[in-house]
Design a protein. Structure first.
Length: 317
């Protein structure tokens, strides 16, 4: 296999006999050096860069997005940016085009709230490697006819890009990962088959759920916390406690509760939404805000789980 330099790849570089064409990319970022880097990486991957500009260059009106994939960087989200993101979200949902949006922890709730239709790939304070990997993930989701015939080496490398993010990120462009390897690895997330219906049950009281959460957090004081990374379960517990207490949980708060980097947490949230365990809900008082909560199905399953372990003795989760 060739080295891990992403410039070895060439996705969609020509028309093919089956009618496929190159995948086009639009880049919008206010920071010139970042815009130049994103363009360089895209061209190195063999993509056609249709446009590269600042956020002010985003089109004001509707219509089809400017490219098959649109990459945006908006660490600070103002009202104009939110309107542009919402418009792009609607356009992409109607056209099947893909959006990759990077933001900051402070901007995450605003971005999440205004992009609820196209399932964009969200990144939080990503480094260069993570942006390239996100692009690889999106490319892997395009129909084969849209990409040129890949060599076997290319296929294997693309597979590694999409399934072993942390391992590859340490090699791309000689970057040093900012997070421990165990936290950065993108675990393959599979959606479990539907479970049989069960009778309704009641969740434990919030005080008990919060005690379980504190017990889980306490482990990291005595043993390296990365060994216990279990973001799905930590988020389920946090949302269960919030449900009992009648509280709403923002996506940023839930990312913090997960105990893993925000971008990793967002992947898990997406998978849990797909599995019908989490659901997105809009703030009834402010449509610009959105929250995450358990589905009734998930709450009922958790309630039965706690009933079962209560029969085994002291409740430890």
């Amino acid at each position: 296999m060739r080295g891990t330099d992403f410039a070895d790849f060439s996705y969609g570089g020509r028309q093919d006999g089956a009618g496929g064409r190159s995948v086009s990319l639009a880049i919008f970022a206010d920071r010139p050096h970042l815009r130049a880097t994103m363009r360089e990486d895209a061209l190195g991957a063999g993509l056609e860069v249709a446009v590269a500009g600042s956020l002010e260059d985003l089109p004001e009106s509707g219509g089809r997005p400017l490219a098959d994939v649109v990459m945006l960087d908006c660490p600070i989200v103002d009202s104009r940016t939110m309107a542009s993101l919402a418009r792009l979200d609607m356009q992409a949902a109607g056209s099947g085009n893909r959006l990759i949006v990077s933001t900051s922890v402070d901007g995450l709730d605003d971005v999440f709230a205004c992009m609820d239709m196209s399932a964009p790939l969200l990144l939080v304070d990503p480094n260069r490697a993570e942006r390239v990997i996100a692009l690889g993930q999106v490319l892997a989701g395009f129909p084969a006819a849209r990409l040129r015939e890949l060599s076997e080496d290319d296929r294997l490398m693309l597979l590694r890009l999409t399934e072993q993010v942390g391992q590859i990120a340490g090699h791309i462009d000689r970057l040093t990962p900012r997070e421990p390897a165990s936290a950065a690895v993108a675990e393959p997330v599979s959606v479990a088959p539907p479970l049989p219906a069960v009778a309704a049950a009641k969740l434990p009281e919030g005080r008990l759920l919060r005690r379980i959460i504190r017990q889980r957090q306490l482990r990291s004081r005595f043993i390296e916390g990365d060994f216990f990374a279990d973001p799905a379960w930590d988020m389920l517990l946090d949302l269960a406690a919030a449900r009992v207490e009648g509280k709403q949980v923002s996506v940023t708060s839930l990312c913090i509760a997960s105990g893993v980097p925000p971008t990793t947490a967002l992947r898990w949230i997406g998978a849990l939404v797909q599995a019908d365990l989490f659901q997105r809900v809009c703030d009834q008082n402010d449509r610009r805000r959105a929250f995450i909560e358990l589905t009734d199905r998930a709450a009922n399953r958790l309630a039965h789980y706690f009933d079962e372990i209560a029969l085994l003795g002291p409740m430890l989760a």
